[in-house]
Design a protein around this ligand. Sequence first.
Ligand SMILES: Nc1ncnc2c1ncn2[C@@H]1O[C@H](COP(=O)(O)OP(=O)(O)OP(=O)(O)O)[C@@H](O)[C@H]1O
Length: 322
Amino acid sequence: MSDMLEIRDLTRRFGGGRTIFGTTKPQLTAVRGVSLDLKRGETLGIVGESGCGKSTLARMLVGLDRPSEGAIRLDGKDLTEGGAKALAARVQYVFQDPVSSLNPRHTIRQILEAPMKHLLRLNGSERKKRLADLCEAVNLNPDFLVRYPHEFSGGQAQRIGIARALAAEPDVVVLDEPVSALDVSVQAQVLNLLDRLKRERDLTYVFISHDLAVIESVATRVAVMYFGRVVETAPSRKLFAAPLHPYTDLLLNSAPVPGKQRLRAGGDTGELPDPYNPPSGCAFAERCPRVEEDCRRIDPPLEAKARGDDHRAACLHPLPAD
Ligand SMILES: Nc1ncnc2c1ncn2[C@@H]1O[C@H](COP(=O)(O)OP(=O)(O)OP(=O)(O)O)[C@@H](O)[C@H]1O
C-alpha cells in the first residue's frame, strides 16, 4: 500500500514578530520537525499530554493553520500551497467540543449543506440526496434538520459534526479529541459509529487523543508526541506491548481514568519544559528515569531501534529490545 498522506518536517512557531512598541514577542515552537506517513485505510493515533502540539498539528493538516516549515502531501500533491482548495476538501476535521464547533445561528441543514455548496458546488437536488444519505449514515432523524445546534445533546451534536466532515466526501478525517467531551457511555457509541463509517466509506483517520485506552481501541498505528515532537511511532500492537521510549513507557504505566483527567506521565514526575526556553538535549531528560549524561546534550532523531523499520523512537537509551 502506498502512502496517501505524507507529513514532512512540519514545524509551527508562534510569536517572534515585533509588537507595536517595537519589542520582539517571545517565540515558541509548538510543533518541531514532525514527519509521518499515512496509508489509505489506516487509523493513525496521535497521543500525548496537554500542550505537546497535537491540536496545532491537526490544524495544519486541515489547513486551519499554516506551517512555518515543512510540507503536507496528499497523493503526492502539496496541500500547504495556496489554491489547493479542492484538494483540501479531501481532508476534513472533527472538533473536540461538538456543540460550540457548530454555528449556533445556523440550522443543521445549513451546517451540513455548507461544505456541499462551497467545496463541492453541488446543486439543490444533489444536496438533497446527499443530506438524506448523511442523516442515515449518522442515525440523525431528518426532521431534526430544521433545528439548531443548542437543541442537541453532546453525543447527537458530535454525530452532526461527523456528518458535516463527511459532507465534503473526504478521504482523510482528522479527529481531534472527538469523544473527550462526551460521557463514557456516549463515547462508545460515537467510537462505534466512527468505526462503521470508516469501513463503509473507505476512510483514513488521524485520531488525536490524550486517552491511551481510546487510542488503543481505534488506532492501527500510533505516534506518541512530547514537547512538539514525535518521540515514538509503531504499529499499535507493538507499541502497547513493548514500548521503546521511556516516555511512552511512563504513559502506559500511569494509566489515567479514561475521559476523566488530562494525561500526565508518571503522576507527579514533572511538567513539560518551558516552551519559551527549550532544553538543548532531549526534552524528556528532566523527567526520564533512564536519563544519562549525553541526553542533556543530544536531541536524538526518530529512528528504528532493532525491532524493524516500523518501530521508531527518538531516544539514546531506549528500553531494551527483548
Ligand atoms: N495560537 C497560538 N499562539 C501561541 N501559542 C500557541 C498557539 N496555539 C498553541 N500554542 C502553544 O503551542 C503549544 C502546543 O499547543 P497545542 O494546543 O497544539 O497542544 P495540545 O497537545 O493539542 O494540547 P491540548 O490537549 O491542551 O489541546 C502549547 O505550548 C500552546 O500554548
